[in-house]
Design a protein around this ligand. Sequence first.
Ligand SMILES: *[C@@H]1O[C@H](CO)[C@@H](O)[C@H](O)[C@H]1NC(C)=O
Ligand SMILES: *[C@@H]1O[C@H](CO)[C@@H](O)[C@H](O)[C@H]1NC(C)=O
Ligand SMILES: *[C@@H]1O[C@H](CO)[C@@H](O)[C@H](O)[C@H]1NC(C)=O
Ligand SMILES: *[C@@H]1O[C@H](CO)[C@@H](O)[C@H](O)[C@H]1NC(C)=O
Length: 764
Amino acid sequence: MRNIGMLRALVLALAVAAAAAAEKRRTYIVHMAKSAMPAEYADHAEWYGASLRSVSASASAAKMLYAYDTVLHGFSARLTPQEASDLASAEGVLAVNPEARYELHTTRTPEFLGIAGQGLSPQSGTAGDVVVGVLDTGVWPESKSYDDAGLAEVPAWWKGQCEAGPGFDASAACNRKLVGARFFSKGYEAAMGPMDTDRESRSPLDDDGHGTHTSSTAAGAAVPGASLFGFAAGTARGMAPRARVAAYKVCWLGGCFSSDILAGMDAAVADGCGVLSLSLGGGAADYSRDSVAIGAFAATEQNVLVSCSAGNAGPGSSTLSNVAPWITTVGAGTLDRDFPAYVVLGDGKNYTGVSLYAGKPLPSAPIPIVYAANASNSTAGNLCMPGTLVPEKVAGKIVVCDRGVSARVQKGLVVRDAGGAGMVLSNTAANGQELVADAHLLPAAGVGETEGTAIKSYVASAPNPTATVVVAGTEVGVRPSPVVAAFSSRGPNMVTPEILKPDMIAPGVNILASWTGKAGPTGLAADTRRVGFNIISGTSMSCPHVSGLAALLRSAHPEWSPAAVRSALMTTAYASYSGGSSLLDAATGGMATPFDYGAGHVDPARALDPGLVYDLGTRDYVDFLCALKYSSTMIAAVARSREYACAENKTYSVGALNYPSFSVAYSTANGDGGGDSATVTHTRTLTNVGGAGTYKASTSLAAAKGVAVDVEPAELEFTSVGEKKSYTVRFTSKSQPSGTAGFGRLVWSDGKHSVASPIAFTWT
Ligand SMILES: *[C@@H]1O[C@H](CO)[C@@H](O)[C@H](O)[C@H]1NC(C)=O
Ligand SMILES: *[C@@H]1O[C@H](CO)[C@@H](O)[C@H](O)[C@H]1NC(C)=O
Ligand SMILES: *[C@@H]1O[C@H](CO)[C@@H](O)[C@H](O)[C@H]1NC(C)=O
Ligand SMILES: *[C@@H]1O[C@H](CO)[C@@H](O)[C@H](O)[C@H]1NC(C)=O
């Protein structure tokens, strides 16, 4: 009896739990076939509402968040798993995908890029006609970067809005520079509950700083006398200082939710943005389930260039996000600027690191120094995590903390709160010699792994170890530069190995740009300092550099497609220093490869006149999806329509996508490498955007042993602008061990222009 009673209770409990799970709602993105709308509905929104009600037991529960109309046909809604699966099989529904959460990829740049003068293009006066839409944490409109002096009236075709809300006076905020400011929080609040309005603003106001930094980097006006506490002093200005900015706040303290991102992209494309900049990403997923890839497909189809950060998950390989071939994927490199700080030990040794600390300095006479691992009550005490330092062991001392897990600036706060006097932040193998400067709250220096190891060994061996930290200011002219940032995400591309990503790198380390008045430079709640400019690092910073440069190119060449603009940026990028040696990698100190930098580092002045471009249109991208064997439903989810189909009798090949770079994936599995040698063929078409000229192909394969390349024809003659010429390139390789990689470069040159493509080879 008793056992049966228990069993019954258990069964009952399980049933209740199952019912609760079934009831648990989450946000889904529902893709609809727009042309399938039955005649009885007046408009699509009405049809979407009826579709939603048809699967929902209680009409009020399955709440619609957004109806999309521009980058996606469909809507987002809170659904139970049962409702989602019912909807997936309903008439006119193409796909129902669960929402995903994305994350932010957190004055000398124009000089470094060689565009410090009057502006790049002869027609730079018309650059005002390009609006860069920045999907980020919003905007701090009081920043001088949004000063609209000298800009013409907002173009009549611009449909954007300036939305009012807490802390955001729309009539004062927007002007001829900041032409739009909107916010999208429905997905965020549906998933996380109502936002805490003491901590963030349900308005376009930037509570974080990230969005102000990225948008001012892309298109901020020139601001003389900018600096962070005197560091990096000079004129700060965006890459396209005459372009306009529209801020779409889609990222909140709890992250960036895909229903909100899609709503932001939907609005930005409809509003008339010419470039979208997204310094955010999620894990790599197949394109039919990646909201950013889906939104970017439609944006590109509507002549909008979408530039995204590659991610900060380096230096490990295959760590990229935003890899769709219609997205411009940007990694990060260093500038020729540094912020040195010296760690001088009691034994007289002097190690160089970096710091943006601006407060009262440490005494110049050395004080005691201790390794955090030996001053903590935790097993991972070396990391200076909150609550792990023992005050008696660190009081009045410099504490050596290892980088990793928690924010760098937070470790400094932990040391300060425990009574420490200063900090040496030591890289570990994960970061190597890469130095990222921070506006620490106590005297502190970040040092490379080598220096950190030497300092720790001194601390461990000296009877009474002592040290001091001297912050030295700003140094320019650092060589070599650029160097690929260790944090910058790397290839190979996990989603489509045959497409080389990232596309290029741009400055992303220690970048000065505008900041919000709502947060201190470290972003920590304890940081009550307020600054007009901040110096931060990430592919989040390199992405808006390319977004701004794309806006410059679009204004100089309004007839160029998004793919043509990207091609110009890629084929003119450089992969070696002026002396001829290859770009270096901060993670290893050795040579970087196209898996780290793609085509190389952007060179804006050359990008204006690339000679030839590799162009691409919507049909090419659909053919690419056909080559990947996407089903018609998957293609419809990406391309918004069932009208894009793959022909049954046609052979599609990823190698036929007219991409400006080459990724040659040899594999025994796909039939390329069955015998002793294998050949992979790619076809390309070049479009002349320069003058008449005869271009000759040349290849360099020094870093690809055992590979032969044959370009046919090896000479292309162009007589008029707009003329297209195709060629075939055959890559033949002897069979090589799995895991081998090799690299090369294919260059078309007419003696004046050099149209360069990186080549990456992999054997699996
Ligand atoms: C440490 O080295 C730097 C440059 O290498 C130098 O400028 C500085 O004066 C040195 N400091 C001490 C105390 O030796
Ligand atoms: C470790 O020390 C800190 C600071 O004294 C203290 O707050 C914390 O409770 C201690 N934790 C443990 C596990 O002893
Ligand atoms: C940490 O403490 C241990 C044991 O007292 C000692 O052997 C080691 O040298 C210390 N390490 C450092 C870096 O101070
Ligand atoms: C392929 O099929 C289409 C119709 O499905 C037809 O129009 C076309 O001629 C075919 N092409 C070839 C090469 O067979």
